[in-house]
Ligand binder design. Structure first.
Ligand SMILES: NC(=O)c1ccc[n+]([C@@H]2O[C@H](COP(=O)([O-])OP(=O)(O)OC[C@H]3O[C@@H](n4cnc5c(N)ncnc54)[C@H](OP(=O)(O)O)[C@@H]3O)[C@@H](O)[C@H]2O)c1
Length: 317
């Protein structure tokens, strides 16, 4: 990795004491030495995936010894540290894979050496939260993989074909895009100000979809299906619907009573939900409102029918 222009500083902020830059360096043209802070879901899978892609993951910082050792078993040769600042002496590109709420505080405990770069993996925060760690000749950025990190090996596999939003100065962006490509992913740059919306959509697609699945399984249980049974039965319908949306567009993929104005069916559903799965009612209602609006917008639902359905949805069951 090319080093960024250096300017002496020290970690105590005494600019009259030039800093010796003890951190290790890659050779020009080689991938940067990578250090990861946080051996949680993202840090561990990303570290292992980069290692398997041939990138030099040289260090990890985690306050938890068991997580640190698990990381090191997946990334042989990486040095383990309990404290994040120790990583600064080992790596050139430091990745903060810690909870969103911890990033800014942690950045305040780090001060980069000239030539180093710091990125975080948050989908909602901008690179600017890393400003406290910045010094002259350093760069900050973000590297957000659109991957659901539920299981390490499944997440490593999922980097292939995933989208990774990258952010930072031009030189850093080039390295981050190369890193995404090495993982088999596609790097994208988001329009300024759009990150929270992009991430909210991701949260609906991953966590929101799991919440929907959970409600589906709860109703499936009332019909005598266990979780695997529900996944088998309704999973097929979900895949078919996704296929329809991809082939025909989202609006054209909408099916069901809300497209027909079947008020009686809606009433029966609401009664069954109230009796058998009351916790799923708000989700059903919210989805039904959206379905009615979609059906109206494509002209398949008369305004009077839409109005009757909306009235029914607003009534206590
Ligand atoms: N989960 C996802 O699907 C996903 C997807 C894309 C991006 N992300 C982003 O990736 C980042 C990490 O998420 P994650 O799911 O990997 O979280 P996680 O599994 O909870 O792991 C977080 C790691 O950070 C460390 N940590 C926690 N609090 C800390 C603190 N106050 N100071 C320093 N270290 C702390 C943890 O503790 P130890 O030091 O004890 O090990 C752990 O190793 C977040 O910014 C998240 O938004 C997550």
């Amino acid at each position: 990795m090319e080093s960024y222009p250096e300017s002496p500083h020290d970690h105590e902020g005494h600019a009259d004491h030039p800093h010796a830059h003890p951190h290790r360096r890659s050779e020009p043209g080689e991938a940067p030495l990578i250090g990861i802070v946080g051996a949680g879901a993202v840090g561990t899978a990303l570290g292992a995936a980069l290692h398997r892609a041939g990138w030099p993951v040289v260090a990890v910082a985690s306050r938890n010894a068991a997580r640190r050792e698990r990381f090191r078993s997946l990334v042989p040769g990486a040095r383990g540290f309990a404290e994040a600042p120790a990583i600064l002496d080992e790596a050139e590109l430091i990745i903060l894979a810690v909870p969103d709420d911890a990033i800014e505080r942690l950045a305040g405990e780090l001060r980069l050496y000239g030539g180093q770069a710091l990125v975080h993996t948050s989908g909602v925060l901008g690179a600017e939260v890393l400003e406290p760690a910045r010094a002259a000749g350093t760069q900050i950025g973000a590297f957000h993989p659109l991957v659901a990190f539920a299981d390490t090996e499944r997440a490593i596999a999922a980097f292939h074909g995933a989208t990774i939003a990258v952010e930072g100065d031009d030189q850093l962006i080039t390295h981050l895009a190369d890193m995404a490509e090495a993982l088999g992913a596609t790097a994208v740059r988001l329009a300024p100000g759009s990150k929270a919306a992009y991430h909210a959509a991701a949260v609906l697609a991953a966590g929101g979809f799991v919440a929907l699945l959970d409600a589906i399984a709860e109703l499936g249980a009332a019909a005598g299906l266990d979780e695997q049974g529900s996944l088998a039965v309704y999973g097929g319908l979900i895949e078919q619907t996704l296929g329809n949306a991809r082939a025909l567009g989202i609006r054209a993929a909408l099916t069901g009573p809300m497209t027909r104005g079947d008020v009686g069916t809606l009433a029966r559903h609401l009664e069954a939900l109230a009796r058998l799965a009351p916790a799923a009612l708000p989700l059903y209602r919210a989805a039904a409102e959206r379905e009615i609006a979609l059906a109206e917008s494509r002209g398949s639902l008369a305004p009077a029918a839409a109005e009757s359905m909306r009235r029914l949805l607003a009534m206590p069951v």
